[in-house]
Design a protein around this ligand. Structure first.
Ligand code: AHR
Length: 513
């Protein structure tokens, strides 16, 4: 194994924008075994549950402090009719989930079950409404059913279904991927639809909706510009009109083609580096969307929301291709670490991000089996190790010296990535060594404030292909990590393909907090 070195400077007394906790958001779609068999097993299951919601899944996710949960899709959102999912379960109609596996959906997990799940998780609900096949009236009444206090037809129906109090729903999606599964619309047509639907999604009482327009795929900046034009007026010298408060985009790490995405667990060095290059490219994509938004909204009053991100591999052999079930290795964990570093750097504009998806689908935190087993993935551990960044003030990490870039095809990858933040008298640094064969000694030169009590945690594995399974649930899990502090410089030695977090206590508070 070769060794390399890196050096970074962090000015502890110069804080940047706050890292919104909602950058650590989640996503649960009626897709494969995410809801049924994942979050929800039904009241009659021998697996311990509350109202059908699997309690071991809830306990594992509570440890992540998950800030919000998006539901019911994804593409499913634009096929979902919420009234099918309320009232006695025996009376709920069955539909076919044509988008995901052509399986029957019995609607046993609906609005009340989702809100109960959010309450158990301590997460804020992000409900994604149906624009593609729904009506304005249907969406408007869903908002009313959920959030209105006092009396109204929808409120009476909610009460009849067992819920007296209005719920608080802070986040509302106006359709999903309107350019594709959400209706195959052109940007201008969707922008008008979004304005129309958003008009009738009312703020009832003190429930204020943060409405999110369905945004671009990857770097489709023209889509974002069209949506910005729909809310703003260049040169009008007034704040954008708030038909919606956020604009989303989706970014998946697919290093191959959509037809041949590659295996989650069987990959070589070039596949690995292509994955990291593709993951790192989200930085360029966010910069692009942010620049477009800055032109129309220089005051940054509209948030950019990456409400679907993560790796997307070929499904595991023998599983339903429509269920998007994939394994999750140390490589996936490093993609998560890299994304979070980038998200933290864009905290001024990026206000929310949602990993796709939380359980049993794509880059999941948790994989479950019907026999009751539950496995935490390497990605789960990155979310857990990084949770201290939520609502912390960002700190710029200046990587002064880094090991030589690694090139594959025509692209190059900087093999070290890091980000930092400060909150409640501590500093949290996340650092990733992406090299497959080189350990890296990194020095963090901490300036401006004195620190003490360094402690570290490391997520590593013998191979980047290593993953957790019921037979070896702890194959990839965090361990203590040695960090030295000498005269304000933290030194750590990162093994190849590893992710680490380092914490220190501050001797005094940063200025300007
Ligand atoms: O997350 C899986 C799917 O990917 C979502 O349903 C859709 O929005 C996206 O294309």
């Amino acid at each position: 194994m070769t060794n390399s070195t890196a050096r970074a400077v962090i000015d502890l007394d110069v804080t940047g924008p706050v890292i919104d906790r909602h950058l650590y958001g989640h996503f649960a779609e009626h897709l494969g075994r995410c809801i049924y068999g994942g979050f929800y097993v039904g009241e009659d299951s021998p697996i311990p549950n509350e109202g059908g919601i699997r309690l071991d899944v809830v306990a594992a996710l509570r440890a992540l402090n998950i800030p919000n949960l998006r539901w019911p899709g994804g593409c499913f959102a634009d096929e979902y009719h919420w009234r099918d999912g309320i009232g006695p379960k025996a009376d709920r109609p069955v539909m076919v989930n044509t988008h995901w596996g052509n399986v029957e959906e019995n609607n046993h997990f609906g609005t009340h079950e989702f809100m109960a799940l959010c309450e158990l998780l301590g997460a804020e609900p992000y409900v994604n409404g149906n624009v593609g096949s729904g009506t304005v009236q249907e969406m408007s009444e869903w908002v009313e059913y959920l959030t209105r206090d006092g009396d109204s037809p929808a409120v009476r129906q909610r009460k009849a279904n067992g819920r007296d109090e209005a719920w608080r729903v802070p986040f509302w999606g106006i359709g999903n991927e309107a350019w594709g599964c959400g209706g195959n619309m052109r940007a201008e047509a969707y922008a008008d639809e979004a304005r129309r639907f958003a008009t009738f999604c009312r703020d009832h009482g003190d429930n204020k909706l943060y409405k999110i327009a369905a945004g671009a795929s990857d770097d489709d900046l023209a889509w974002t510009e069209t949506l910005m034009k729909a809310v703003a007026c260049l040169g009008c010298k007034k704040d954008p009109k708030k038909f919606f408060q956020g604009i989303s985009f989706h970014y998946y790490t697919v290093p191959g083609t959509w037809q041949h995405k590659g295996s989650a667990t069987e990959f070589g060095a070039d596949d690995y580096y292509r994955t990291m290059i593709k993951a790192a490219d989200i930085d360029r994509v966010i910069k692009g969307h942010s620049a477009v938004m800055d032109a129309y909204d220089p005051g940054r009053t509209i948030g950019l929301v990456c409400d679907e991100w993560g790796t997307w591999w070929d499904v595991e052999p023998g599983t339903n291709p429509g269920f998007l079930f994939q394994q999750n290795t140390q490589r996936d964990a490093l993609v998560a670490g890299l994304h979070f570093d980038i998200f933290h750097r864009h905290a001024a504009r990026l206000k929310m991000a949602n990993i796709a998806q939380t359980v049993n689908v794509l880059q999941a935190m948790i994989l479950t089996d019907d026999d009751g087993s539950l496995v935490l993935t390497p990605t789960y551990h990155v979310f857990e190790m990084n949770k201290g960044h939520q609502d912390a003030a960002s700190l710029a990490v200046h990587l002064i010296d880094t090991p030589a870039a690694i090139s594959v095809d025509d692209a190059a990858l900087t093999p070290v990535s890091a980000s930092a933040s400060t909150k409640d008298g501590t500093v949290l640094i996340s650092v990733t060594n992406l090299s497959l064969d080189s350990a890296t000694k990194i020095d963090f030169d901490l300036r401006g404030l004195a620190v003490r009590s360094p402690r570290g945690r490391l997520l590593t594995s013998d191979q980047p292909q290593t993953h957790n399974s019921p037979a070896s649930p702890g194959a990839v899990s965090p361990v203590e990590f040695e960090v030295r502090l000498t005269d304000g410089t933290l030194t750590a030695e990162l093994p190849p393909h590893s992710f680490a977090t380092i914490e220190v206590d501050l001797d005094s508070e940063p200025r300007g907090k």
